[in-house]
Design a protein around this ligand. Structure first.
Ligand SMILES: C[S@@+](CC[C@H](N)C(=O)[O-])C[C@H]1O[C@@H](n2cnc3c(N)ncnc32)[C@H](O)[C@@H]1O
Length: 419
């Protein structure tokens, strides 16, 4: 094996994953994580990857990273970038991905999210030396676990619970093949933790393990602890608020990562769909947007995840002052709501998973709905779906990036289509 070459590189751009890009002789593009455009750096280069050794000429936009685990932890890739150019890069990236589909529209300045606002985290647990439990995130481009004590992205309540969560994780490591992940969500009644990645072949978690997990959950004052959807401990029912409604999320439910981002997206959607008497919320989850839309008009809500639809229905049954919500479990990839079924709907919102919702977008295109709001955590598939709507006669009037995934290369978008 040959040792990597030490190279003096000029970083000219930033790639899609947030890595600095340098062009070597012969036009080879080298990805150098943790660098910024305009910087001169020393990096160990192997293939098309460079590992930063030293920043020889820092960018004026370089800032001190907030996390003590920065660089090692793979969770954040852009913590070293000042907020102005960082947000501008996300906005430009959305514009670029739309342009690639031939779409030109107004891309508004990205809505920022504060540090310390993330309410959902996936924490991995492993055994370290001397049997000690390690809790943290994966290292950059590696399966290695980086133990974290602080996470400036997470809500303070989650960060403060790290030591107690390490105790909660311990029983799930009883089988050497287990690689547990604690999916931690902050709710109105406290922390809701769903554990996955526990070896099931030998009967799953032992009886003793369950007792220890429940005791650790009580000591950590969790609202609920579940393993693969099965309750191990519940002190209080977890509850999340969507506008005026309270919903009890089933274990492992999808929830927008940052509450303020969800509120900002809902405000954009409600504003665009103002005056609609009947809207459709497609890929509705537990109704994060449906409940806000139901404050002024009837809602038809659909999603393939039956437990989420059941939670939405229970929330709707207890909410007061809302217009009726009709919810249905439906696979919108295989069986999108047809233009015929959408008759009488005068506004629609669609918020598909990362893969996008092309089949549903095409049906929306065939319908006579005048306004559609598209929300997506993947601007590439959003642009593809937008293309389908535009080909069906819509204009994409505006797109607003929302920086829901702080200091990562990911960005959420909200687009308003009209015809
Ligand atoms: C990005 S989430 C949005 C959920 C909701 N709008 C919210 O903000 O909480 C995407 C949703 O798509 C749903 N989904 C995934 N595949 C689906 C499919 N084939 N058909 C219908 N819904 C699907 C998931 O269950 C999830 O609720």
């Amino acid at each position: 094996m040959t040792a990597p070459d030490l190279e003096d590189l000029e970083i000219t751009d930033l790639g899609a994953q947030g890595d600095g890009l340098a062009i070597m002789q012969g036009g080879v593009r080298i990805h150098v994580p943790l660098t910024l455009p305009g910087e001169r750096v020393l990096a160990q280069v192997e293939g098309d990857r460079g590992q930063l050794v030293e920043v020889l000429r820092p960018s004026p936009d370089r800032q001190t990273p907030a996390s003590p685990h920065y660089g090692e932890c793979g969770g954040c890739s852009l913590q070293h970038w000042a907020s102005g150019p960082y947000l501008q890069w996300k906005t430009d990236r959305v514009r670029h991905l739309l342009a690639r589909e031939g779409i030109e529209t107004e891309v508004r300045p990205a809505i920022p999210c504060r540090p310390g606002s993330r309410r959902r985290l996936g924490l991995h647990a492993r055994r370290g030396q001397n049997g000690r439990v390690l809790l943290g995130f994966k290292a950059r481009r590696s399966w290695r676990l980086v133990e974290v004590e602080r996470c400036p992205v997470a809500l303070r309540q989650i960060e403060a619970a790290f030591p107690a969560l390490r105790e909660v994780a311990a029983p799930f490591l009883e089988h050497p093949k287990s690689a547990p992940t604690l999916h931690v969500t902050w709710t109105e009644t406290g922390l809701d933790v769903e554990v996955t990645g526990v070896e099931r072949k030998s009967g799953g978690l032992s009886r003793d393990g369950r007792v220890r997990a429940a005791a650790a959950a009580a000591a950590a004052d969790l609202a609920r602890l579940t393993l693969g959807g099965e309750a191990l401990y519940q002190a209080r029912e977890p509850v999340v608020r969507f506008g005026q409604a309270l919903v009890a999320p089933p274990p492992g439910a999808f929830l927008q990562a940052v509450e303020a981002a969800e509120t900002a997206m809902a405000e954009l959607a409600v504003q665009a769909l103002k005056g609609c008497g009947r809207t459709a919320d497609l890929f509705c989850g537990m109704g994060a947007f449906a409940f806000r839309l139901a404050e002024t008009g009837q809602v038809l809500a659909a999603d393939s995840w039956a437990p989420g639809i059941a939670a939405l229905e229970r929330g709707a049954a207890h909410a007061s002052g809302l217009k009726p919500i009709r919810a249905m479990t439906r696979d919108l990839f295989r069986e999108p709501l047809s233009a015929f079924e959408l008759k009488g709907v005068d506004g629609a919102l669609f918020d598909p998973p990362r893969a996008g919702g092309l089949a549903q977008a095409m049906e929306l295109g065939k319908s006579d709905i005048p306004t559609v709001v598209g929300i997506s955590c993947n601007p590439s598939t959003f642009a593809r779906d937008a293309r389908a709507l535009i080909e069906a006669g819509f204009r994409l009037d505006e797109v607003t990036p929302v920086d829901q995934f702080l200091w990562s290369a990911h960005v959420e978008v909200v687009g308003v289509f009209r015809r």
